[in-house]
Design a protein around this ligand. Sequence first.
Ligand SMILES: NC(=O)C1=CN([C@@H]2O[C@H](COP(=O)(O)OP(=O)(O)OC[C@H]3O[C@@H](n4cnc5c(N)ncnc54)[C@H](OP(=O)(O)O)[C@@H]3O)[C@@H](O)[C@H]2O)C=CC1
Ligand SMILES: N[C@@H](CCC(=O)OP(=O)(O)O)C(=O)O
Length: 449
Amino acid sequence: MSVTNALPADAASAAKAASHALATLPASSRDNALTAIHAALSEAKEEILAANARDLALARKAAENGELSLSLLSRLDLGKKGKWEDMLSGILDVRGLEDPVGKVTLRTRLDDGLDLERVTCPIGVLLIIFEARPEVIANIASLAIKSGNAAILKGGKESTESFIAISKAISTALAKTDVPNSAIQLVTTRDVIPQLLALDQYIDLVIPRGSNDLVRFVKSNTKIPVLGHADGLCAVYLEHTADPEMAVKVVVDSKITYPAACNSAETLLVDSSALDVLLPPVAEALLAKGVSLRCDAPSKAALATKLDAQLSAILQDADGIDYDTEHLSLVLAIKAVSNTSEAISHINKHGSHHTDVIVTSSTSAAEHFMAGVDSAGVFWNTSTRMADGMRYGFGTEVGISTNKIHARGPVGLEGLMIYKYKIRGSGHVTADYGEGEGQKRFKHKRLDL
Ligand SMILES: NC(=O)C1=CN([C@@H]2O[C@H](COP(=O)(O)OP(=O)(O)OC[C@H]3O[C@@H](n4cnc5c(N)ncnc54)[C@H](OP(=O)(O)O)[C@@H]3O)[C@@H](O)[C@H]2O)C=CC1
Ligand SMILES: N[C@@H](CCC(=O)OP(=O)(O)O)C(=O)O
């Protein structure tokens, strides 16, 4: 892995050459590279956390000057409880996954001695642009190497020192393995992105992981296929048969465990018929955690009769924009709905098709919701924060795709694979096949995998 200062075309061309080498490397070589990366990061922990501290110091100053949102600041700290450990264990989890390369997913006998196979293979060269989240560079590097893909990475400017320190450790590790150093390259400034987006002769897929504006910018400025990982305007819907205690647990976890994450809840929908029973305990728990509640009239009226005067006084009035905003902070927009169909309509209109939840005791309501909501993740009685590659058992994730083609939701190894067709024949030619006199017919016999 290098912090590349090469010209974009040279970097992309080197990545293409590396991807060809990677595609034929045995799984053992790719797994050994992950072992080496894990060891190198462990050894460089002090240096990396010192670099991260420098990023944090600058970011805190920017936040104090109002130049950086507190939610973005919360993503930068690699020393935060368990983040370092999760980053390292994610590398070993990916190493332990089944090799995704060379899996036969279709076998058909076209004719005697003429067999067709569909076999998984890496996509090739990935350009991945992502937010200022230091651990992401190790997450993506491990998924790319395991899947035999080369990657050019560009992370958020606020974590540049952390990225450079991590990529230095990864580069040291790869130098001792069969994986070419140019397989994983880091660019540190966004000015090279437009040049990279023009290199469709080398780059096979662009994954913009960030805001809607970023995804739209990339889609408007490249011919390369784009797998967008956009914003997370996630909702939780409390249907009238929801268990009140479960409702509190699910909403609190969805909102406060990582408010800056794209899979955190931004909107709470509550059945009007259950406002008095379900909303007050949820609101009390959220207010106790410092969450600002922006309520529509029915939900505010219901709370005013149940909460003490002090709590009622801090309830805020929601305006329309609140239901179309990814707050990425301790703010939650609350709205009363008449039934599950109205909840579905609201989410499909105002959400970002990322992750949405229903809390209900009714199977039919749950199945109706999960069938009707057009999102990458539709969950019943669990937190929106479950939307995560590590939690799905993918080891870690490239991000959470809000695309509808190729990969949707948390993207692990499968999302970085495509396939090729192989035919093994013995001189068969198409002229021998057809409906004409003396011509043969294809057998098209499906064979076991
Ligand atoms: N679906 C998912 O998996 C994820 C979604 N997100 C979403 O991202 C948003 C917050 O993250 P935030 O950091 O503000 O996202 P941004 O989109 O602002 O930044 C993400 C990355 O994109 C780069 N970037 C942004 N605009 C451009 C551009 N015009 N040209 C080139 N590069 C660009 C940034 O570079 P620079 O740092 O130089 O500005 C950064 O590296 C939220 O909406 C969140 O939900 C975040 C993470 C995961
Ligand atoms: N899957 C991640 C959240 C996705 C993500 O990266 O979000 P963000 O904090 O916006 O960078 C998690 O659950 O922590």
